[in-house]
Design a protein around this ligand. Structure first.
Ligand SMILES: Cc1cc2nc3c(=O)[nH]c(=O)nc-3n(C[C@H](O)[C@H](O)[C@H](O)COP(=O)(O)OP(=O)(O)OC[C@H]3O[C@@H](n4cnc5c(N)ncnc54)[C@H](O)[C@@H]3O)c2cc1C
Length: 382
């Protein structure tokens, strides 16, 4: 049986995982079109390079998303096992979560390995807490792993900035290879069998989709070199004057296998600013040091010395920020049929997979599996 031609637009964690999932089913030949690729210099237009990242689900009241995340965890746990296929992209860690309120039980994280509720006398200034085992992801390395796995299995990648989906529908991926003999959709046959949209925040402006429900949640981080940190920790810290907001900010510490550690973070809705703000860096360092005094080098803590924010500054590798691709109504994993271009009456299924907000890594395999399921059904109906 001849393979069907599928084009995926986007090579962030969502596009790469979706392309792989579709490719590995076996019935499809997959091409990725993307403006930015994993080994490119970091860019505000490519969120995946900026993520922490860890797998820590929170109860957002969205059971579909929770299931996507759970399915993803099972795959990442397997990939990260000693001797596992992508072991070195991950670090298995003990995670501690500290909350500013008593949370309802059962906690949705109870299924995580080694889950335990923390006792009241072990949560410090917090009100309650839990601990469990999970994975952290060295995101630049993991993105390159996904890309190389896709290429090794025969996938094609073309760097392209798609202005309107009709460019792909009418001319196929070849429309972005200048100098090649063009192909065109005909009346009864489209150049591509299906299109998959994984363009993250840019789906807000991608011609033919223009989803105005998309908005950024800006997150700023600091990357430090602290190979002595072997556990993850998140929590509320009341280390500063809270009279303006009345609410302690949420901070996190995500160690990577390389010995680098991501400190965060912020969650600023509709904030498009593309550079780290110096005063926010100071706040992140102050909050995370309050949450984890062991962040500074061991010699700065010897003989009972209190570690300082300046001790942390001495081990900064990078300050950064990214725009989480959030969507009113949550992630969009859906299928729709559109015309295959100006001279064609053929209909082509479009599978949408975008709007993962702050959970694109931890839901990537789950949403990719759903995108594949929708694709299979759509092509069966076609
Ligand atoms: C500070 C921070 C911390 C985070 N921490 C976590 C975490 O701990 N766990 C977690 O699961 N998630 C985390 N996230 C969220 C996660 O990073 C995102 O959900 C995820 O990266 C979104 O991936 P994406 O593939 O949808 O988008 P992107 O990574 O932005 O990729 C979009 C792709 O589409 C391409 N593209 C867009 N428009 C076009 C076009 N017109 N033509 C061609 N190509 C196009 C781009 O070039 C790129 O290749 C964090 C995010 C931030 C900012």
């Amino acid at each position: 049986m001849s393979q069907k031609d599928i084009v995926v637009i986007g090579a962030g964690v969502v596009g790469l995982t979706t392309a792989l999932k579709i490719q590995e089913e076996g019935s499809y030949r997959v091409t990725i079109l993307a403006e930015t690729l994993p080994s490119d210099p970091k860019s505000i237009k490519y969120t995946s390079q900026w993520a922490g990242a860890h797998h820590v689900s929170t109860d957002r009241g969205d059971s579909r998303m929770f299931k996507f995340e759970k399915d993803t965890f099972d795959i990442m746990w397997d990939l990260s096992k000693p001797g596992g296929e992508a072991e070195h992209c991950f670090m298995r860690v003990r995670q501690e979560e500290y909350y500013d309120a008593e949370l309802a039980k059962p906690n949705p994280l109870e299924d995580m390995p080694d889950f335990q509720y923390l006792s009241n006398d072990s949560v410090g200034n917090a009100v309650s807490g839990v601990t469990f085992s999970t994975v952290t992801i060295d995101t630049p390395i993991y993105l390159n792993y996904l890309l190389s796995r896709f290429l090794a299995r025969g996938g094609t990648i073309i760097r392209a900035s798609v202005q309107h989906i009709n460019q792909v529908l009418e001319g196929g991926p070849q429309a972005f290879l200048p100098g090649r003999r063009p192909v065109y959709s005909t009346n009864d046959k489209a150049t591509v069998d299906a299109l998959v949209i994984c363009t993250g925040l840019a789906t807000r402006t991608l011609g033919g989709v223009e989803d105005k429900a998309m908005y950024p949640i800006r997150g700023q981080t600091v990357l430090i070199r602290a190979p002595w940190i072997k556990y993850g920790r998140s929590g509320y810290t009341a280390s500063e004057d809270l009279s303006a907001t009345g609410k302690a900010p949420w901070s996190y510490i995500i160690p990577r296998r390389s010995g680098d550690v991501i400190l965060g973070g912020t969650r600023d809705k509709d904030d498009w600013f593309p550079l780290p703000r110096p005063d926010t860096t100071t706040k992140i360092l102050t909050r995370t040091l309050a949450l984890c005094p062991e962040l500074t080098p061991p010699e700065t803590r010897s003989n009972g010395r209190q570690p300082t924010v300046d001790d942390l500054r001495s081990i900064i590798v990078e300050e950064g920020c990214g725009l989480r691709p959030a969507r009113e109504g949550g992630v969009r994993v859906e299928v729709e049929y559109v015309s295959a271009g100006a001279n064609s009456t053929a209909k082509v299924p479009i599978v949408y997979n975008y709007g993962h907000g702050g959970a694109g890594f931890q839901s990537s395999w789950g949403t990719a599996a759903e995108a594949l399921r929708l694709l299979g059904m759509a092509l069966q109906d076609a």
